[in-house]
Design a protein around this ligand. Sequence first.
Ligand code: ZN
Length: 218
Amino acid sequence: MRLVPPLFSRLICIKNNSNRKTMILPILAYGDTILRKKTKSLSKDYPKLDVLLDNMFETMYAAKGIGLAAPQVGLPVRLFIVNATPFEDDEDLTEAEREFASTFVQVFINAKMVEETGDEWAFNEGCLSIPEIREDVFRKKNIKIEFYDEKFNKHVKEFNGIAARIIQHEYDHINGILFTDKLSILKKRLIKGKLENISRGKIEVEYRMRFPKTKKKH
Ligand SMILES: [Zn+2]
């Protein structure tokens, strides 16, 4: 998931503590079949998970993302990461939400949505795989989700507001769903040409991407 640039002015990059060399991975663009693939659960012995996570965080930060799912970097597995820290300055949020967001950086492995409750609310979403398109998406306000962290400790946690929103967007990715799927038929029709251009790489983007309908790499 991606934010509008101004909110990133004070983004604190939480770097990994190791000296491992990280790599910025290309983000798959809309139209890539991997974004629609059925994903597999991760086992504890998933090879080089620590390296993959370092690379995913590096990739997300480089693209000014607030969330990134493994299918977006070409891996159809049930893994996503979230970084809500840019919201610590968002005046549209409540004090409590800002406070929570300021430290909310989390790895979600084998996540399972337990429940989504409350009223639906609109938020203008974007996606690193779908640059330059932002649309209001309606989702429920509160979630309860079960997941494992990077050390394979199990958690069952409740989130609401913006934190829930980012998780819902990323959780959709591991189920092959993109935010544009949730738009009205009319909106979908209006953005069809733009989506086609994204798939063909006919777009200016300032981070590394791979486009399914062209050989072009950014
Ligand atoms: Zn996304």
